[in-house]
Design a protein. Structure first.
Length: 380
């Protein structure tokens, strides 16, 4: 039985076992102090509400200043700096226009508990989450700039209805939009212009998160993401010194060192072993959230999220680690109104947002932007 068929069979077995028991609850013990929930709707651990890549559902309109710095019209590629050493540069897939600074964002994700065990005031569950994040141009043709695939699996726990933690793994993978690639190839760049088109990938990372809630009014949180020792990391310049590439169907040879990832970007001899051991390509997140209930209707809320990326210490011109460079920061703030849950239907919200930092698509990590947004969504 080949690997694809095995995976399909396992997926079908999981559906057969889980669907009949979905939403079921079992109680144990003389006082029913032990509880087992199957497929609980609301996860124990809630991600930062303002984090652009959190696993919830959003559809929003992004309005950036009509300035050259807000135009998204380039792809990042690897290239020869003229001496045989690698560098990165931006190549345009369309002519710049300050008219093209409006965007549609769409995020469709789930964050679900599979099975939850509760004993008095302590709960633990196996969770799974994942989805797709995409951004379109809102200036005529609505071309898809790209889309991100993300998924994760692990264990969450919550104590005394206030302290929640999560540990597991997380996958991020950026993809260029077909229309963007079509425009790019139509320009007519040649092999002398670039080596390879780059992508942003973290496959896979360890994830740890913790947050503390004061009733339903205020929550503070922290999360951290660390690429695994064996992981696909793109672009190649971001690979830590100790990371090795796992073998796969795409590359069936034995696991080898990070210089192989450079070969994917057109260079045979480059490696990152001279990077300091302190560089791990960390992502750190800090969040605050406040919520105030409106009787019989819902609640108003506000949240802020700060993201720090250690890969900001890599100079994309020289592809070298810079000890004096800061971690790359991005900030997002939101405010909205959430209507009261209706049975098992997730919370519906209307939301305003402000973001400054990396463009909210993984492959455009090299492009900073500031924008205001307005949208609707479901908070899972």
């Amino acid at each position: 039985m080949d690997k694809t068929l095995k995976r399909l069979v396992l997926a079908l077995l999981a559906v057969i076992l889980l669907v009949p028991s979905a939403f079921a609850t079992l109680y144990f013990g003389k006082d029913d102090s032990v509880r087992l929930d199957f497929a609980p709707i609301v996860p124990l651990y809630k991600e930062s509400l303002a984090y652009p890549f959190s696993n919830n559902v959003r559809f929003y309109y992004m309005l950036a200043p009509q300035e050259v710095s807000s135009i998204v019209n380039t792809i990042l590629v690897s290239a020869d700096d003229g001496t045989g050493k690698p560098t990165y540069k931006e190549l345009a897939f369309k002519e710049p226009s300050t008219h093209n600074t409006r965007f549609w964002g769409l995020k469709s994700c789930v964050d679900l508990g599979v099975m939850r065990f509760t004993f008095k005031q302590v709960s633990a569950e196996v969770y799974i989450h994942g989805g797709i994040n995409t951004v379109f141009g809102a200036y005529g043709g609505v071309d898809c700039l790209g889309f991100d695939g993300q998924y994760g699996l692990g264990v969450s726990a919550k104590m005394f209805d206030s302290l929640a933690m999560r540990f597991g793994f997380h996958h991020f993978s950026g993809h260029w939009g077909d229309e963007i690639l079509g425009d790019f190839y139509h320009v007519g760049y040649t092999d002398s212009d670039y080596k390879e088109i780059t992508e942003f990938t973290r496959n896979n990372s360890w994830f740890f998160g913790i947050n503390y809630s004061v009733l339903d009014y205020f929550r503070v949180g922290f999360d951290a993401e660390l690429p695994m020792h064996k992981a696909w990391i793109r672009p190649a310049a971001h690979v830590p010194a100790s990371t090795i590439k796992p073998s796969s169907e795409e590359s069936p040879e034995a696991a080898n060192t990070s210089d192989h990832i450079w070969r994917q970007e057109g260079f045979d001899e480059r490696d990152n072993r001279h990077y300091p051991a302190s560089y791990k390509a960390w992502r750190l997140g800090f969040s605050l959230e406040a919520r105030y209930p409106v009787k019989d209707v819902g609640s108003v809320y506000a949240a802020a999220d700060l993201q720090l990326h250690q890969d900001g210490k890599i100079d994309i011109q020289t592809t070298e680690y810079r000890a004096d460079a800061p971690w790359k920061a991005e900030f997002t703030a939101i405010a909205g109104f959430a209507f009261r849950d209706a049975g098992i239907i997730p919370e519906f919200c209307i939301e305003l947002s402000y973001h400054t930092g990396r463009f909210p698509l993984l492959n455009y990590w090299f492009r900073d932007i500031s924008y205001f947004g307005v949208g609707i969504g479901l908070t899972l």
